[in-house]
Write a protein that binds this ligand. Structure first.
Ligand SMILES: Nc1nc2c(ncn2[C@@H]2O[C@H](COP(=O)(O)OP(=O)(O)OP(=O)(O)O)[C@@H](O)[C@H]2O)c(=O)[nH]1
Ligand SMILES: Nc1nc2c(ncn2[C@@H]2O[C@H](COP(=O)(O)OP(=O)(O)OP(=O)(O)O)[C@@H](O)[C@H]2O)c(=O)[nH]1
Length: 465
């Protein structure tokens, strides 16, 4: 599982600036999609060959006793408690604030690995900046500038140092691993009950046994599925109960771990910022997706039309996914949900043979040539599959850097149609072949090579000259 870094600190210390820097490389992947919020709080980061997840906890007001700030503080504390490493940001320019001490006290109690980062320190002397923050008793302050990227790499490397690199899970299961996610109160537990309640649950740990077992295997219509548990689901009598409430960190990790994500929305409420953040994260992760708009029973007929179009507009960037309008409470629409889960899983795991991919590519370029850019026309030579879940198509050729975004989209949708993909993103990558002429006369590398090449040229002249 990827380690999760959680950024905490009082408002305005530079958390979102740092967050953006840490997740920036992935941003390009999902940039400019209509409806996708730019102001995100969850994302993917990578340092060297180490991937990790980042959570920006937003403005943290630890003293709020009730209301929305209190609720935010509660969720922040939970994210912090579940973090693999906490990065606590303070502001070098403002110096040590009273609120920093309150937050530090709370964080210390969590017993998680904790890194104190003194931010906005560009152009300042490290030792001078660090000095006053020793008082927090959190060890050596790490002096950084999120805006300028100074010290950021070292900070992340240090924070991730003690986590083993994820070994790649080679063993491929042949059934979907499903994560059911959504913000608090949309009906996830009710849906889980309607799924598991009537189905044969194959392995289920009874109350009181290990809290770490997060996979629940079940069978439905003679097919196997694994549910990734985000809320510590336990069986009590006839029903299943969630022992924990909504958990950001577990949600993110479940999405990473799943093949297919079921995003649950509440039809009675507008698509919220939190819905959009979770949706954006799912998109970025590349997982297959089915959207379940829940509590549909509670809506009048004309209200339903309004809600449908509103959701479609706001979540336009998820248009590759199937949307289902369900009632978890009444168990209606759940069968259809499973059809889409199966379809999305099959699409996500599809095998695309090189000859077929290349043939589709050739047909596509014959129908529409890639437009010339400058003196060269991009030449697309062949395509092969580079991965699954999401399926990745790698196209090789020359002058590929001048391919336009719209031409890339054309290719993507051609592959998507040819393989009838549903419910999964498809990624297309372009690999520039090397210049074929450069390979003909390899450049001499050593003095001995140079002499050998010289001899060969002379011999060649004698023979043919
Ligand atoms: N000089 C300097 N300014 C910075 C740096 N990082 C962030 N800032 C500035 O600090 C201000 C707050 O930055 P944000 O990233 O929005 O801070 P935040 O902690 O996310 O704030 P909240 O969302 O209110 O919690 C902005 O004006 C940033 O431009 C830095 O490394 N150096
Ligand atoms: N009308 C209606 N109410 C529903 C439906 N599904 C769930 N609810 C109600 O919505 C409320 C929240 O449902 P939960 O299943 O606890 O929601 P959750 O997403 O698991 O909530 P957290 O555990 O807080 O993340 C409960 O009162 C449910 O009875 C539905 O299909 N229709």
């Amino acid at each position: 599982m990827k380690p999760t870094l959680v950024l905490v600190g009082r408002p305005n210390v530079g958390k979102s600036t740092l967050f953006n820097r840490l997740t920036r490389s992935r941003d390009a992947l999902v940039a400019d999609l209509p409806g996708l919020t730019r102001d995100r709080h969850y994302g993917h980061g990578r340092v060297g060959d180490r991937p990790y997840l980042v959570v920006d906890t937003g403005g943290f007001e630890p003293v709020a006793k009730d209301g929305i700030l209190h609720e935010m503080a509660r969720q922040t504390l939970q994210a912090v408690a579940e973090a693999d490493a906490i990065v606590f940001l303070v502001d070098a320019r403002q110096g040590l604030a009273a609120q920093d001490k309150i937050i530090a006290d709370q964080l210390r109690k969590m017993g998680r690995p904790l890194f104190l980062a003194v931010n906005k320190a560009e152009g300042m002397r490290r030792d001078v900046v660090a000095a006053e923050f020793y008082e927090l008793g959190l060890g050596d302050p790490l002096v950084i500038s999120g805006a300028h990227g100074e010290g950021v790499h070292d900070l992340v490397e240090l924070a991730l140092e003690s986590f083993p690199l994820d070994e790649v899970d080679e063993e491929e299961d042949d059934h979907p691993k499903i994560a059911i996610v959504g913000r608090p109160n949309v009906g996830k537990s009710t849906l889980v009950n309607s799924l598991l309640g009537e189905e044969r649950v194959i392995a289920f740990d009874q109350p009181g046994t290990t809290r770490d077992s997060i996979y629940i295997d079940f069978e439905r219509d003679s097919k196997y599925y694994t549910l990734i548990d985000t809320a510590g689901i336990r069986k009590r009598g006839k029903v299943f109960e969630a022992i924990e409430k909504f958990s950001v960190v577990k949600t993110l990790q479940a999405v990473e771990d799943a093949n297919v994500v079921v995003l649950v929305l509440d039809a009675r409420q507008d698509v919220s910022e939190q819905d959009a953040h979770i949706a954006g994260f799912i998109l970025e992760s590349g997982r297959a997706l089915v959207v379940a708009v829940n509590k549909w029973d509670d809506l009048s007929a004309d209200r339903r039309e309004v809600v449908k179009s509103d959701i479609a507009r706001k979540l336009q960037f998820l248009d590759f996914a199937k949307f289902h309008y369900i009632s978890a409470l009444q168990g209606s629409g759940v069968g259809g949900l499973f059809k889409s889960i199966d379809g999305a899983y099959a699409s996500a795991m599809i095998k695309m043979p090189t000859p077929r991919l290349t043939r589709i590519l050739m047909e596509a370029t014959t129908q529409h040539q890639p437009p010339k850019s400058g003196p060269f026309r991009p030449k697309l030579r062949y395509a092969h599959q580079g991965g699954s879940n999401p399926p990745l198509v790698i196209i090789h050729g020359t002058s590929l850097s001048s391919l336009s975004a719209s031409y890339k989209r054309y290719l993507e949708s051609t592959f998507r149609q040819a393989f009838e993909l549903t419910g999964t993103p498809l990624r297309v990558q372009f690999k520039q072949g090397h210049n074929p002429f450069a390979d003909r006369v390899p450049a001499p590398k050593t003095e001995a090579d140079e002499k050998r090449a010289h001899r060969q040229r002379r011999r060649g002249r004698k023979l043919y000259g």
